[in-house]
Design a protein around this ligand. Structure first.
Ligand code: ADP
Length: 320
């Protein structure tokens, strides 16, 4: 029987994305050219703008030694509510506790009068979302390379009781050597008691697991990240997310009904189809574990390149 889409979900679905900031009234003043960490007596020169997300702007900065970082800047005016503060502290607490080659390294955080600053490992090749836009889709060897690194990071997070909850192409950054760096821990959750289930509806529509939306009674746990990995793998190979439609509400209906297909005009191997289908299982307890995905014929029997060349940002490499 089809579960009704809960009101809360609809409300969430219809929430308009924040409008791009256009005038000086809504654009917060730029952070200073020289950002100072007074406690550690360190100065960073702001040398470029990298991007902006829900509540932060991210700049490229350089310290006195010439080391470059990404600096995430959150204005204190956006931290007026207790909820906003709690959210940012949770993100910092979780992110700074993690250390893995495929997770954006959290260097430091400090504040001045106007802003809170987080210095992060710089990912100079953008995100997988940017790369997909240019490439339209990836070859299966590339998809294997990225998925293996993503699963390594995810397995590390899960063994440290962290669920990311917002794994998507836009949060998978690339360093100068084209390695994956998982970033943005803004929606991450810490599982403090074994068997604990989370109840908050959160995530990004295309990538949300069905139990987050439709099993409020039971809640959700680590398997939501596995689901997102399935959506990511499909998107890398096919070029668009499996449940994509114009209306967010319809995306949720499709997720509820497990309604997606492999378009016949696009090449995808039987092994890839099979593992994606297994991952996109509605019942979270029936989904493969991260180790089972690594042991699947798709990963086990295919070519995994040792590295991805920079030229892959624009053109498909040939790994045969
Ligand atoms: P938010 O949490 O507000 O969504 P994000 O962490 O997603 O912010 O960052 C917003 C944008 O800043 C990203 O889309 C990306 O363009 C850029 N960015 C974030 N972190 C880095 C990084 N470590 N290296 C390079 N660019 C980054």
């Amino acid at each position: 029987k089809a579960a009704a889409i809960p009101d809360k979900v609809n409300k969430y679905a219809n929430a308009a994305p924040p409008l791009p900031r256009q005038n000086s009234k809504t654009t917060p003043p730029s952070p200073p050219r020289v950002i100072t960490d007074k406690n550690r007596l360190v100065e960073f020169n702001r040398i470029g703008f990298l991007g902006e997300g829900g509540f932060a702007r991210v700049y490229e900065v350089k310290d006195a030694r010439g080391s470059r970082y990404a600096c995430k800047v959150v204005t204190k005016t956006s931290l007026k509510t207790k909820k906003a503060k709690t959210k940012l502290y949770a993100e910092i607490k979780i992110h700074r506790s993690l250390s893995h080659p495929n997770i954006v390294r959290f260097a430091d955080c400090f504040e001045d009068e106007d802003n809170v600053y987080m210095t992060l490992e710089l990912c100079s090749s953008g995100s997988l979302m940017d790369m997909l836009r240019r490439r339209r889709r990836f070859t299966e060897p590339e998809a294997r390379f990225f998925i293996v690194q993503l699963i390594g990071a995810c397995n590390y997070m899960h063994t440290h009781q962290v669920i990311h909850r917002d794994l998507k192409l836009g949060n998978l950054f690339l360093d100068a050597s084209m390695n994956i760096k998982v970033g943005d821990f803004g929606l991450a959750a810490l599982i403090e008691n074994e068997g604990e289930r989370k109840k908050t509806i959160c995530g990004t529509p295309n990538y949300i697991a069905p139990e987050v939306l439709f099993d409020q009674a039971n809640g959700h746990s680590f398997e939501v990240d596995t689901w997102s990995i399935g959506v990511i793998l499909y998107t890398l190979i096919i070029g668009r997310p499996p449940f994509q439609t114009k209306e967010v509400k319809d995306i949720y209906t499709r997720i509820r009904d497990n309604e997606y297909e492999f378009p016949s005009e696009k090449y995808i191997s039987g092994e890839a189809k099979s593992i994606i289908t297994r991952i996109l299982t509605p019942d979270p307890s029936q989904r493969p574990t991260l180790l089972e995905i690594i042991a699947s014929p798709f990963i086990e029997q295919g070519i995994i390149p040792g590295f991805i060349p920079m030229s892959a940002l624009d053109t498909a490499p040939d790994f045969r």
